[in-house]
Design a protein around this ligand. Structure first.
Ligand code: HEC
Length: 476
């Protein structure tokens, strides 16, 4: 009883402080500062609790969803000493606070948790399957980005600097890169990125590359993601054909968000990504090449049955409103296409990619800007698709693969999601386009850049820092 009377009294000074601060000042504050000024007084500097409870122990009295937290902060509980912040903070700032709390919550959780951190030769146990990791290439690769299999047992690996490398059938890395591959500009996050082998390679020999195309003139660099196909004969790139190239006015000096992945649907079509290149609102314009997923015939021509838009799109646009997608794969069960994309700070997304749809960036997002300022106060809007799931805080999604093999039967058709910043592979089970299971199956041995489900049933992974290719094989 005494406690109940005391709390509101103790709360008074902080409430007064919060209301003294001018809204004009608050609007300039980033998430950390806002929290320090408005929340830490009661919830503790690290949010682990004071006169207000802990916000990082994973226990929520008034609901645990983002929407619940948002409501708790907005409406408060003045009787129990929680200030209602709805009049002081706008929806964008309230969302920033939710994202910030989620970041702190995750950090606290991970301090006390152990995730599967595999060591070569040792068995790693997960919920459904146990695996070992084997080293495929330990040394000799610099910033490897993507991996593709040739039917004769060789593998192709891109290096960001522009080199296309071959891993021979015996597992050795060929010291000579493929000669005469296209001119690539290494620019910020971009360079040579994707490599993909045509499903009818044995008949046609086509290999596809996705890369930062452009020119360096002195200090001026302007690039955008482009795609070509070609063949490798006697260690040399030959017969190159252009698949996708943006108009020159869209080349930009921004070194970020190249996106980039390419997949085949096995019916003669390719799907591929061009990232938003820092263009933000440009991605909402279908006539602008940035922030789009495309569908073309495998020779680069535009299919007749691509979606129609209000205005003429860049030829091949399939979906728009994407930020920086670096994961793309097709569900072997029903042909549904999924992508993962980097959000800003918070709000990495898994999307079900449907023709003509708008995925909302930057009008709607579950993230905030890197400096802790809001990007949008909206997470949903009519005419814009919601993600299948999103990650808060960001894991930095990169590489996405449905597991198609038989060596891990309990993972069959599960989705493997790679993450750079969190150095993770997550396994997601999708039922009717919804996530019914999610588990970290590997963590902490490098930034996960690419994941591929191989014909032999093993799972190949490209790691950055250290730069390696490993594979997951069954424990038995
Ligand atoms: C004056 C003290 C005070 C301040 C300032 C304050 N809180 Fe609280 N907060 C509390 C108390 C006390 C509770 C518990 C209320 C209850 O039990 O209903 C609470 C509850 C909450 C809850 C709900 C927790 C749950 O378990 O569901 C959230 C979320 C929250 N606060 C966030 C914030 C944020 C974000 C800020 C800063 C913008 C903030 N609080 C500032 C005292 C405060």
């Amino acid at each position: 009883m005494k406690r109940f009377l005391l709390l509101p009294l103790l709360a008074l000074p902080s409430v007064a402080l919060a209301q003294d601060a001018k809204p004009a000042d608050l609007s300039k504050l980033k998430a950390e500062q806002l929290c320090g000024q408005l929340c830490s007084g009661c919830h503790g500097a690290d949010l682990s609790g004071g006169q207000g409870g802990s916000l990082i122990d994973g226990e929520w009295k008034h609901g645990s969803s983002d929407a619940d937290l948002m409501r708790s902060i907005k409406e408060g509980n003045p009787q129990l000493g929680m200030t209602p912040f709805g009049t002081l903070l706008d929806d964008g700032q309230l969302r920033m606070m939710v994202i910030f709390i989620r970041e702190k919550e995750k950090q606290a959780k991970e301090k006390g948790m152990s995730f599967p951190k595999p060591k070569p030769g040792e068995v790693t146990k997960t919920q459904q399957e146990n695996y070992k990791i084997e080293m495929v290439v330990e040394n000799g690769l610099k910033d490897p980005w993507a991996l593709a299999f040739l039917p004769d047992g060789r593998k192709l690996v891109t290096e960001k600097s522009g080199r296309l490398r071959l891993i021979e059938a015996d597992g050795s890395l060929n010291p000579e890169p493929v000669k005469d591959t296209p001119q690539v500009v290494e620019h910020g996050q971009g360079g040579l990125m994707e490599v993909a082998v045509h499903p009818d390679y044995e008949k046609n020999g086509w290999i596809y590359l996705g890369f930062a195309d452009g020119a360096k003139e002195g200090k001026q660099v302007k690039t955008i993601t482009a795609y070509v196909r070609g063949k490798i004969k006697d260690g040399q790139w030959v017969e190159q054909q252009q698949i996708f190239k943006a108009e020159p006015q869209y080349y930009t000096d921004a070194g970020v968000h190249f996106g980039t992945r390419l997949v085949f649907d096995g019916k003669g079509f390719i799907y591929f990504i061009v990232g938003e290149r820092g263009g933000r609102m440009e991605v909402q314009d279908v006539a602008n090449p940035k922030g789009k997923i495309y569908r073309l015939r495998d020779d680069g021509t535009v299919p007749d049955d691509n979606p129609k838009f209000d205005k003429a799109p860049v030829p091949g646009v399939w979906t728009y409103g994407h930020r920086n997608p670096q994961g793309l794969d097709i569900d072997p069960r029903d042909g549904s296409i999924y992508n993962t994309e980097h959000g800003p700070r918070g709000g990495d997304e898994l999307n079900w990619v449907l023709p003509g749809h708008n995925y909302g960036w930057p009008v709607i997002t579950y993230g905030m800007d890197y400096d802790g300022s809001p990007i949008s106060d909206k997470t949903a809007q009519e005419g814009m698709d919601q993600p299948v799931t999103y990650w808060q805080p960001s894991i930095a999604t990169c590489g996405l693969a449905f597991y198609r093999g038989d060596k891990f039967p309990k993972w069959k058709n599960d989705l493997l999601v790679g993450a750079l910043a969190q150095q993770e592979i997550r396994r997601l089970r999708l039922v009717d386009h919804k996530v019914t299971e999610q588990e970290v199956v590997l963590k902490g041995i490098g930034r996960v850049r690419d994941i591929k489900s191989a014909k032999d049933g093993n799972i190949y992974v490209i790691l950055n820092g250290p730069d390696r290719v490993i594979r997951l094989v069954p424990a038995e």
